[in-house]
Ligand binder design. Structure first.
Ligand SMILES: CC(C)(COP(=O)(O)OP(=O)(O)OC[C@H]1O[C@@H](n2cnc3c(N)ncnc32)[C@H](O)[C@@H]1OP(=O)(O)O)[C@@H](O)C(=O)NCCC(=O)NCCS
Length: 389
């Protein structure tokens, strides 16, 4: 080509189109040092420590500290953290008064979601996203969430809320505020173990929601309100309630096999089974199986744990599908005397600490989360005047 020939216009190659991944499955959308969900090995790690070690040896308070601050507390750090949790258990008086105004059929998860948003109005430092302020608010919300659950439960039963008892641990106090009796050590340990197992789980739907909100530099209460809304759905935290309703619907051990056969024949989703990441089994479910068996026996209500084992076996006959965290949580929480529609709020009472740690991690990361979408709608349409439509 001579130098006088017209040169082809320089074209910039179109940037490679990132692949569309439905449901963001397998997409790595954040880096985190809080928890590691190792699907192939069915392992869950908080800040480097296997949950099996934590649930066997640590209280929820220790694990909450670990998740929030990154290291296990020494004795004085734990005492200080515990004292802060205890000192922050009370609800703003206006929130308790508001609980009395709610229609009795209001679902507790909705109460939690609205209450956390309202509690922002009673925080001096609500707008701050400084790390210190967010930690202080996270500790207060962690303490208040249990009081909120118990107070609403009592009020809708027509009873007066029970004031928190500063002599009791986070877990024992939760059960105490619900029914007015200091729980036995077995029940306290089981409640604490449940809280330990649910404290964090990497970038699940509610945590992702919290991080997206935090990435806009909105405050902690905004992030947690959004996380609660995401947790409510039956494909996420709501699965524990749906599982218990399934067990009650099955009713008797003799009904398990026909019920499961029918569920597969009619392509019905069996709540508490399957997981986006743990395809070989959920490590939390293994611990919860043991706890549900033990507590069921101790309180003389092992029917539902036994039926859960039968459902698990029946499901396995159809396909390789394992119980997830919510499956044995259901019979465990039921035996702990928790009303069914408080199961997901119990999940939230634990996960609040994980959400808070992720919000802080996201503030430190300081990047707006804003993915792209593939447009599949029409192009080139013209505007039609309203009288011509
Ligand atoms: C958790 C869940 C949303 C994961 O979904 P996912 O990663 O998208 O997995 P998929 O839906 O692709 O499941 C793979 C296959 O197993 C089946 N499957 C998954 N969970 C199932 C369940 N609980 N009951 C019956 N079949 C199920 C799916 O129908 C699908 O079948 P196919 O291959 O014939 O289409 C899903 O397992 C579910 O809905 N479980 C019930 C709700 C629940 O317990 N949620 C709590 C999660 S901790």
């Amino acid at each position: 080509m001579s130098s006088n020939s017209p040169q082809p216009a320089a074209t910039t190659p179109a940037p490679a189109k990132p692949p569309f991944v439905k449901g963001l499955a397998g997409v790595v959308a954040a880096q985190t040092a809080i928890s590691h969900v190792d699907g192939p090995n069915s392992t869950l790690i908080y800040r480097g420590i296997n949950i099996n070690d934590l649930v066997a040896q640590a209280t929820y308070e220790e694990v909450a500290y670990l998740v929030l601050f990154g290291t296990l507390p020494n004795a004085s750090q734990l005492a200080e953290f515990d004292a802060k949790l205890k000192a922050n258990r009370d609800l703003p008086q206006a929130i308790t008064a508001w609980l009395y105004t709610l229609p009795k059929e209001t679902v507790p998860m909705e109460v939690l979601r609205t209450a956390v948003s309202m509690m922002a109005h009673y925080e001096d430092d609500v707008q701050s996203i400084s790390i210190d302020s967010t930690i202080a608010k996270a500790i207060r919300l962690t303490a208040q969430l249990t009081t909120l659950c118990a107070a609403y439960q009592r009020i809708r039963e027509g009873k007066a809320p029970i004031a928190p008892n500063a002599d009791l641990s986070h877990s024992a106090n939760m059960l105490y505020m619900l029914n007015g009796q200091v729980p036995s050590k077995d029940l306290e340990v089981a409640m604490s173990a449940y809280f330990v197992l649910l404290a964090d789980h990497s970038l699940n739907a509610s945590t992702f929601t919290a991080r997206v909100i935090a990435s806009t530099q909105a405050d902690l209460h905004s992030s947690i309100s959004g996380a609660l809304a995401a947790l409510k759905g039956p494909l996420h935290g709501g699965a524990n309630e749906a599982t218990m309703n399934t067990l009650l619907e099955i009713g008797e051990p003799d009904n398990v096999d026909p019920w499961v056969d029918n569920a597969f024949a009619t392509k019905r989703l069996i709540m508490g089974f399957g997981h986006r990441i743990y395809k070989n089994g959920d490590p939390r479910a293994r611990v919860l199986t043991r706890l549900a068996d033990e507590i069921g026996r101790k309180v003389g209500m092992d029917k539902y744990a036994k039926m859960s084992h039968m459902v698990e076996k029946a499901v396995q006959r159809h396909r390789e599908l394992y119980p997830n965290v919510d499956f044995y949580s259901a019979s465990l929480l039921y035996c702990l005397g928790i009303p069914i529609d408080l199961f997901t709020p119990m999940f939230a009472c634990s996960r609040i600490i994980g959400w808070s740690a992720h919000v802080i991690e996201q503030y430190k990361d300081s990047v707006l989360i804003r993915p792209a979408a593939e447009y599949v709608g029409r192009l080139g349409e013209s505007y039609t005047a309203i009288e011509n439509r």
